[in-house]
Every structure is written in structure tokens, then in C-alpha cells.
Ligand binder design. Structure first.
Ligand SMILES: CC(C)(COP(=O)(O)OP(=O)(O)OC[C@H]1O[C@@H](n2cnc3c(N)ncnc32)[C@H](O)[C@@H]1OP(=O)(O)O)[C@@H](O)C(=O)NCCC(=O)NCCS
Length: 155
């Protein structure tokens, strides 16, 4: 498995993964996804196995000033590639992007019923800091997870 930054040629394959991993209304709209991955404030990482795209992750808040909060917009692995550590590798990539940008924290929302993703985040040191009712339509709650990347010493 290899991980690398996104290039514009990846978009169609990336969006096909989105269509497999999420059904409406949880799926990102194609135009919105295009804007996300081409925004200067995000970093997108691609995971490949034998030259085939297996998953991707998008993190935002990586161009802000020191102490900012970075945020994982999505993390997706095709079903046939799951449980092999690809999600973990993508998580390490987005964490590295956040650390390089000197983000103080890395946060995310996850569907409160998404037990597999929750286990993955907790295994990587993310802690649940709250719950937001009706975050996902129709009326589905999200858990708010955060990992502290560095603390700012006073003075
Ligand atoms: C959540 C998701 C990204 C995890 O991807 P993944 O590639 O399966 O992640 P990993 O393989 O790193 O870890 C997941 C599981 O595999 C296990 N695992 C990791 N490496 C492994 C290996 N070599 N052999 C066996 N199991 C392994 C992990 O312990 C974990 O097990 P668990 O879920 O039973 O606790 C994937 O399930 C997914 O795309 N889901 C749909 C989209 C989604 O919900 N994304 C989250 C949005 S917040």
C-alpha cells in the first residue's frame, strides 16, 4: 500500500469511492467535493494498492496560523480494501499534514452509529468530546472527536 497527495487526475476515481462509501443524504455532492479537494485550505491524501485507488482522506485547516484546529472532512476506504490498515495509514497522513501546519488539534465528526470508524479513531488517540444531535440528516447524531497535537506553553 502506498499513500501520496491528491492530483486533479484523481477526481473521478475519488468520487467513485465516495459513491460506494456513502449514500445520500450523507454523500458529498460532486461539485462540493470538487471544491473541497481543490481548496487551498485542504490537503487530500490518496491510498493505492497495486496502482488502484483504495481510499482517500481530506483534512482542512492546514493553512491557518499556529494553534489552529485542523479537521478531518472525510476518510474513506473501499469495502474490499478494509481491515488492512489503509484507514490507519490515511489517518497518519492527515495527522502529519496537520502537524506540519502547526495545528494544535485535529478534530472530526463521526456518525454515532459508525462503530468501526469510532474504534479506528479511538485506537489512534482521538477522544470523544461531545455529541451533536441532528448533525446528519435525517436527525442522526454525530460524536465529536479530537486529538491534541501540541500544547502551547504560556508566556
Ligand atoms: C472507517 C474506515 C475508513 C476504516 O478503514 P480501514 O482501512 O478498514 O481501517 P484499518 O484497517 O486501519 O482499521 C480498521 C479495522 O481494521 C483493523 N486492522 C488494521 N490493520 C489490520 C490488519 N493488518 N489485519 C486485520 N485487521 C486490521 C483495525 O484494528 C480495525 O479493526 P476494528 O474495526 O475491528 O476495530 C472504513 O471502514 C470506511 O471507509 N468506512 C466507510 C466510510 C466511513 O464511515 N468513514 C468514516 C467517516 S467519519
Amino acid at each position: 500500500m502506498q499513500s501520496r497527495p491528491y492530483t486533479p487526475d484523481d477526481f473521478l476515481t475519488l468520487y467513485a469511492i465516495e459513491e460506494v462509501c456513502f449514500q445520500p443524504p450523507l454523500r458529498f455532492d460532486r461539485d462540493y467535493m470538487w471544491r473541497l479537494v481543490h481548496s487551498r485550505g485542504t490537503a487530500t491524501w490518496i491510498a493505492e494498492e497495486n496502482g488502484r485507488m483504495a481510499g482517500f482522506a481530506i483534512v482542512e485547516g492546514i493553512r491557518k496560523s499556529i494553534g489552529a484546529a485542523a479537521y478531518i472532512l472525510t476518510l474513506e476506504v473501499l469495502p474490499e480494501f478494509r481491515h488492512r490498515g489503509i484507514g490507519s495509514e490515511l489517518l497518519r497522513c492527515v495527522e502529519d499534514s496537520a502537524r506540519v501546519a502547526n495545528a494544535a488539534t485535529l478534530g472530526l465528526h463521526v456518525d454515532a452509529t459508525n462503530a468501526g470508524a469510532i474504534r479506528l479513531y479511538e485506537a489512534h488517540g482521538f477522544r470523544c468530546e461531545g455529541r451533536e444531535e441532528n448533525f446528519y440528516p435525517p436527525g442522526r447524531a454525530a460524536l465529536i472527536y479530537r486529538k491534541v497535537l501540541h500544547t502551547t506553553e504560556p508566556g
